[in-house]
Design a protein around this ligand. Structure first.
Ligand SMILES: O=C(O)C(=O)C[C@]1(C(=O)O)C=C[C@@H](O)C=C1
Length: 297
């Protein structure tokens, strides 16, 4: 079974369908923490959740749920293009309220200001939860994934809605810790660094990556929630922990962190990223080994 952030008709369900094996049953959960908790309890083999949007940035619910609680690791990612359909109940009722996931609302702000300027905008747990609520008469319109109309008998008020063309959302497939996916040469590694509040600590973290030419693809700070002003850094980088330079960089991060959580090394969904380039690290390690054994100088 594969848990996903639902209900039926979310973008996340589409990503989950791409990950699922033909015999794997998909199970929706109304929140990201609930989908992850099912996997932590061993009720589902994996969970699919959104992690990052090209317009609105990281999905805070995912960042927090992966940082807190029992560790889970990402084994795959998917990137989907994001365009919305605005759905309403059939009929001529005016649209006084429009609902969606905050990330979706952030991606259609201009469209709403232009086309539904008087509508009250309401946040829901997901785009599909908004469609479901419209069906039940709680709101007048929902900003949803285009597939939602197949799950909820609503009318399409507007299709192909997006303030930013080519917006994309990245999703992760997470499992309990176990064997890592093999390196492919175009991988991504994700970690969360909890650090002491001291001058230069962020520069120290970044230097560990820069020294090894490890490309940072995302850095985000999230409050630890314990004390005002105390933050964690959520970091994505190109490469796989099995690569010597990435392993070295993670060891370097570990030295600066109070706690370093490994969130996985997994193949990138899209081409790009910096090429692996481990040769100097392999030959340098061989040189050190030779020196230690008295075979080199
Ligand atoms: O609500 C959904 O449909 C989701 O899958 C969540 C989500 C997100 O968290 O960013 C996914 C893609 C879109 O960017 C809008 C919402």
């Amino acid at each position: 079974m594969l848990a996903y952030f639902g209900p039926s008709g979310t973008f996340t369900e589409q990503a989950a369908r791409g990950f699922a094996t033909p015999q794997q049953e998909l199970v929706p959960f109304d929140t990201v923490p609930a989908a992850l908790a099912a996997t932590r309890r061993g009720e589902t083999e994996a969970a699919c959740v959104p992690v990052e949007n090209s317009v609105e940035g990281a999905v805070p619910a995912t960042m927090d749920a992966l940082t807190e609680g029992e560790p889970l690791v990402a084994v795959a990612e998917a990137v989907l293009p994001v365009r919305f359909s605005v759905l309403k109940r059939p009929g001529d009722e005016p649209v006084r309220t429009v609902a969606s996931h905050p990330h979706a609302l952030g991606q259609v702000r201009r469209w709403l200001a232009e086309h539904l300027p008087d509508a009250e905008v309401v946040a829901t747990t997901s785009t599909a939860a908004a469609a479901r609520a419209v069906l039940h008469g709680q709101f007048d319109a929902a900003v949803s994934a285009p597939v939602a109309v197949r799950h909820y008998p609503l009318e399409v008020l507007a299709a192909d809605v997006a303030d930013v063309r080519d917006a994309k959302t990245r999703f992760l497939l997470l499992r309990e810790p176990g064997p890592l996916p093999e390196p492919t040469g175009r991988d991504r590694t994700s970690v969360v660094c909890t650090v002491a509040d001291r001058p230069g600590v962020l520069a120290d973290l970044l230097s560990e990556l820069a020294l090894r030419a490890v490309n940072l693809t995302r850095i985000e700070s999230r409050p630890t929630k314990d004390r005002l002003g105390e933050y964690r850094f959520s970091i994505d980088m190109d490469g796989h922990v099995a690569e010597p330079r990435v392993g070295d960089a993670l060891a370097g991060l570990h030295r600066h962190c109070q706690h370093l959580r490994f969130l996985g090394s997994y193949p990138r969904a899209e081409p790009g990223g910096t090429p692996a380039g481990n040769d100097e690290f392999v030959s340098a390690a061989a040189w050190v080994a030779a020196v230690r054994e008295g075979r080199g100088a």
